[in-house]
Design a protein around this ligand. Structure first.
Ligand code: FAD
Ligand code: FMN
Length: 1008
């Protein structure tokens, strides 16, 4: 307010900016500026007003007004922008935050505000501010026009009169010879205020012009001392009074997107809570007013009466348990739950992560089992064809039983002491049952009287962003839990550990070993080794554990189409710049029929699934190795990280094989235990442990932006990390970390991913190799399912799968070969894969015990796989003399070229194993001149199908694409009930609904 009035007076107006500049009464202005209230006769303002040039002229009032405005606006803005970075860096460097606080407390000696004489003693505050200015100077370019021909750098560069020279300050401030290894500091990128602490030996001999945030020469900033004074006062006040945090996971990206002149940390929000032992401002103010008893000094040094809740009334957070339960087949929800548990443990909660079935014993209602007053449970679960994952089925039964036992109209009470939150993970391609199980858990717990502490949230794995959505949910949940515990949210409360790095906690520890250490190079070797070491126990052997399996046959049913060639070069850079212009091309689907030998004890039935441990394609692994500077053969010791108290679910992939081999863990440690098995090669690690094709998470893009050394790249990455930029620039074209690092070459991957600087690896403590950080920055590579396309009645101890190859050119211009289907297509007889048999949906079975039941099978493309298994079963039953009901198959393909299993199907028609075969071709006419999809053929066959469905109680099996084929086919069967059965539309839909309920309409569908 004071400033506005005075500016207004200068210009002769009320400060609303409406008057012409330069007008007004100089005499009045001078007198008011010279008055004590206006700063006095020696104030800067009075000096400017009174100063005369050698020719005797005064400075124009308008010019002075301009200068003052410039000082107020530019000076304020640049200082504020830098303070934003200071706050950010201090929140990430607690050791420097501590020094700022200690200095402020020492200098203030109990007072609440610094005095002018204190400023020179705030050396740490000044060093911190200067270091932030070095890394993020508010003015990034200084330009100078040569007024005469000259040379620069001892004659190295000739500059002609009129030529412009630009000095890029962020580059100048990062010169390795001055700020990095050349001067004894390890890394010019690192925030290290000791560079500006007076007396630091390494600063000796630093050229004066190496640090120029305020410019230089005649046009250097005249407000620099003001800025330093303002910044030091602010830091002293702020940090002596408050704990200042930034949200966990936040990465400061310099940006001018919000319209400022100086780059500010984009989207910065600051979390403030009182600092224990701060001088009592209220008491000091009261004492100053003379309203409080005692002297000013006494009041000022008194400890804070409003001490932070965290340090006074609140119970120690470590005593508060959070039980985390997950439902997971593929491991996504399990790893989400594990990361939540780790994060909670870091904040001091006592956290465990277990499968949902561990709570099927009613323990949620019993204090000893994690229920009871104030108990908290967080649940994250997937859905499989509307059903719970394997390790959540018992829990769902228990929950349903609970609802029934509460009875309708009864007051729900059983779980009334339980507080809960549910996060669902699903795929919207299963549109009818999207997130169904998670929603049922959420509703079921509420119905049993539990108190929901956060509204239900879910994430769609069809696309990017699920990991970010879970991270946001987890963070908000834990902030709420902290607030409920009275320890403040967001930033770690005093006394609790700060997470070492942003983003999700690491899930695997990788230690580089000396060259020459023997190392395993394939998943099959790892699994075999773990078994030999007794690492995987017997029960898992016959059920969920993985096996190295010999490939006994690999038949190419359909070769990939010629003419679609891979791109000439990995054009990630240009393509990423204009992703929308790049068309994703799906090459014609090569299809392979693989047969594997099953070990004794591993059995299956037709209709079961095969679960395959996939492997990233070799060129992608090579790119990743190159980006992190490894050759591939380096031996690596790997240790899955699990949270204290986490009880491992079924073994999953080579990570879990290792975990299963762990010899028990220290409950207080975040690392479950060392794995007693042989090291693996870096190539095997990158092949199996990380989904290298996954779209980069938004958090990670922001971290890349912060670690880009080249300002234009930092800016471009900053845009990609914004809401809109991420959706269209990363999620849609599915840019992976490899894509982004290949394109943005100036990104310091170590800084972005939180790895140690080169040479600092392998130690205990916080020094972590880049390989580990790189792997942990990706989601897990989850197993792939394949419908088994054989019957054990036809091939004892062998199973087949029929796999369509996923191979396409991504919008980033990279050749993508699916990790699951690519591996299957690379197999030759004698090779080994790792996998097991899964019973995803036990009702998808051929009715062998009632073989006279008619079956209607719909299986376009590789959706025909389980139908081939059923037909092998029928063939065996026929040979055994059984009386078979009718079998109708609707197969779909584009044209004759991709009519897989043609000969076998036609033979089966000839032998009566298959009663009728309908082949719907979508891009070619059949012999009757027709083309279309399986649903069209079903509609055409209504009259023949209806008696099988209605009178003869036949079973319908549908397998293949979940997004459009399955719903279309269901509609088509409702159409059969309407057209041939004479039902109304509603009754026809109810007929199909009843078939579904009665397990006579069975779907085995997947997202394509
Ligand atoms: C219950 C069940 C049964 C199944 N049965 C069979 C079966 O019998 N036969 C069969 O062939 N498959 C089957 N599948 C599908 C199979 O599990 C895999 O999903 C499939 O092989 C693809 O896996 P992938 O690792 O090769 O490719 P992925 O890389 O996982 O590709 C999966 C999808 O993502 C897309 N994609 C990946 N990366 C990109 C990118 N950068 N840009 C654009 N799109 C991209 C691909 O187009 C593809 O549609 C089944 C799935 C389930 C759930
Ligand atoms: C066979 C199969 C069926 C699925 N059915 C559903 C479904 O009905 N509804 C849904 O929302 N998601 C469905 N999904 C998606 C999964 O819930 C999703 O992939 C989830 O991330 C799996 O988590 P998990 O790895 O922890 O098991 C299905 C996935 C598969 C493989």
């Amino acid at each position: 307010m004071v400033e506005r009035t005075r500016l207004g007076e200068l210009g002769g107006c009320g400060g609303d900016g409406s008057c012409p500049s330069g007008s007004g009464n100089r005499a009045d202005t001078v007198s008011s500026a010279s008055s004590p209230g206006g700063g006095g006769g020696t104030s800067v303002l009075a000096t400017m007003l009174n100063d005369r040039a050698p020719n005797g002229k005064l400075i124009r009032l308008g010019a002075i007004q301009g200068h003052v405005l410039n000082l107020m606006i530019a000076g304020h803005e640049t200082t504020a922008a830098t303070i934003g970075f200071v706050v950010y860096y201090l929140s990430r460097h607690p050791e420097w935050e501590r020094r700022v606080v200690d200095e402020a407390r020492t200098v203030l000696a109990g007072r609440t505000e610094p005095a002018a004489a204190d400023l020179r003693r705030l050396v740490v505050a000044e060093a911190v501010f200067r270091e932030a200015l070095r890394l993020h100077p508010p003015v990034v370019v200084l330009t100078r026009d040569a007024s005469a021909d000259t040379t620069l750098a001892q004659g190295r560069y000739v500059v002609r009169r009129g030529q412009r020279v630009m000095c890029l300050l962020p580059a100048l401030h990062r010169r390795d010879d001055v700020w990095g290894s050349g001067s004894g500091y390890p890394d010019p990128e690192a925030f290290d205020p000791s560079r500006f602490i007076p007396g630091d030996e390494r600063a000796k001999g630093r050229p004066a012009n190496a640090f120029s945030p305020w410019g230089f020469g005649q046009r250097a900033c005249i407000g620099s001392q003001f800025a330093l004074m303002e910044a030091k006062c602010l830091l002293c006040l702020l940090y002596s009074q408050l704990c200042v945090g930034t949200p966990e996971g936040y990465v400061a990206v310099p940006s001018t997107a919000d319209g400022g002149a100086a780059p500010v940390p984009k989207g910065l929000s600051v979390l403030l809570y009182p600092r224990a032992g701060a001088p009592d401002v209220a008491a000091a103010a009261a004492a100053a007013d003379g309203t409080a008893e005692g002297t000013k000094a006494e009041a000022a040094v008194a400890p804070a009466s409003a001490a932070p809740a965290a340090s006074s009334a609140a119970p120690p957070v470590r005593s508060i348990p959070i039980r985390i339960l997950y439902g997971s087949n593929g491991g996504t929800c399990e790893s989400f739950a594990s990361s939540l548990a780790q994060r909670a443990a870091q904040l001091g909660f006592s956290a465990t992560a277990e499968p949902l079935d561990a709570a099927a014993d009613g323990s949620l209602a019993a204090p000893a089992g994690g229920g009871g007053k104030g108990a908290a449970v967080a649940i994250v679960t997937a859905t499989y064809n509307g059903m719970p994952p394997d390790n959540a089925a018992k829990f769902m039964k228990w929950l349903e039983g609970l609802e029934k036992s509460e009875g309708e109209g009864a007051t729900p009470s059983l779980l009334s002491d339980l507080r809960y939150a549910v996060f669902g993970v699903g795929n919207s391609q299963w549109n009818l049952t999207y997130l169904k199980v998670a929603k049922a858990v959420d509703v079921g717990l509420a119905a049993a009287g539990a108190q929901r502490v956060r509204a239900f949230e879910g994430a769609d794995v069809d696309g990017a962003g699920a990991a970010d959505a879970f991270e946001d949910w987890a963070r908000a949940l834990l902030e709420g839990a902290q607030a409920a515990a009275g320890v403040g949210g967001g930033a770690s409360p005093p006394g609790t550990e700060r997470p070492a790095r942003s983003g999700p906690p690491p899930r695997v520890r990788l230690d580089m070993l000396p060259a020459g250490t023997p190392a395993l190079s394939s998943a099959a070797e790892v699994v075999r080794q773990a078994r030999r070491a007794g690492g995987i126990d017997a029960p898992e052997f016959s059920g969920e554990g993985y096996h190295p399996l010999a490939v006994t046959a690999a038949t190419q049913l359909l070769a990939s189409s010629p003419g679609v060639s891979p791109p000439a070069a990995p054009a990630a850079a240009s393509a990423a710049a204009a992703p929308q212009q790049q068309q994703q091309q799906q090459q014609q689907r090569a299809t392979v029929h693989l047969e594997v030998e099953l070990p004794p004890g591993l059995t299956y039935q037709a209709g079961d699934h095969f679960e395959l441990i996939p492997r990233n394609a070799a060129p992608l692994v090579d790119s990743a190795l190159e980006l992190i500077g490894l050759g591939g053969e380096e031996p690596v010791a790997w240790t899955p990280i699990n949270v204290a108290g986490a009880k491992g679910g079924p073994a999953r992939g080579i990570v879990a094989a290792g975990r299963a081999a762990a010899a028990g863990g220290d409950a207080s440690s975040a690392v479950e235990g060392a794995i007693k098995q042989q090291p693996v090669t870096a190539r095997a690690v990158l092949g199996h442990l990380a989904d290298l094709s996954a779209p980069c998470s938004r958090r990670l893009v922001a971290a890349l932006a912060a670690a880009a050394r080249c300002p234009p790249e930092a800016e471009a990455l900053g845009v990609l990390a914004s809401d809109d930029g991420y959706a269209s620039g990363v999620a849609l074209p599915r840019l992976s970390l490899v894509d982004l690092l290949s394109r943005f070459k100036s990104v310091d991957a170590r800084a972005a991913l939180g790895a140690s600087p080169p040479g600092g690896e392998g130690g205990e403590g916080g020094e972590r190799p880049l390989l580990e950080a790189f792997v942990n920055a990706h989601p897990r590579l989850v197993p792939r399912y394949y419908s088994i396309s054989s019957s054990p009645k036809a091939r004892e101890n062998r199973a087949t799968i029929t796999v369509g190859l996923v191979q396409l050119i991504t919008k980033a211009g990279r050749q993508h070969r699916g990790p699951g289907s690519g591996l299957a297509h690379d197999c030759r007889p004698g090779d080994e894969v790792v996998g097991t048999v899964r019973r995803l949906q036990s009702t998808f079975r051929y009715p062998s015990e009632k073989p006279e039941t008619p079956v209607v099978m719909v299986g376009p493309g590789t959706g025909v796989a389980p139908m081939i298994g059923f037909l092998e079963e029928r063939e065996a039953l026929m040979r055994a003399g059984k009386n078979l009901g009718k079998a109708v198959l609707f197969f779909g393909c584009r044209g004759r070229a991709d009519f897989i299993f043609k000969e076998r199907l036609e033979q089966w028609v000839a032998s009566g194993v298959l009663t009728t075969l309908h082949v719907a071709m979508s891009r070619e006419d059949d012999e009757h001149g027709r083309r279309g999809y399986v649903q069209d053929w079903i509609a055409k066959e209504a009259v023949n199908l209806w008696p099988l469905l209605d009178r003869e109680n036949g079973i319908v099996y549908v397998c293949g694409d979940a997004r459009s084929m399955a719903p279309e086919v269901r509609r088509s069967f409702a159409g059969v009930a309407a057209s041939a059965g004479g039902r109304s539309q509603a009754a026809a839909e109810a007929f199909v609904g009843a078939m579904l309920e009665g397990n006579r309409y069975l779907e085995d569908v997947w997202a394509g």
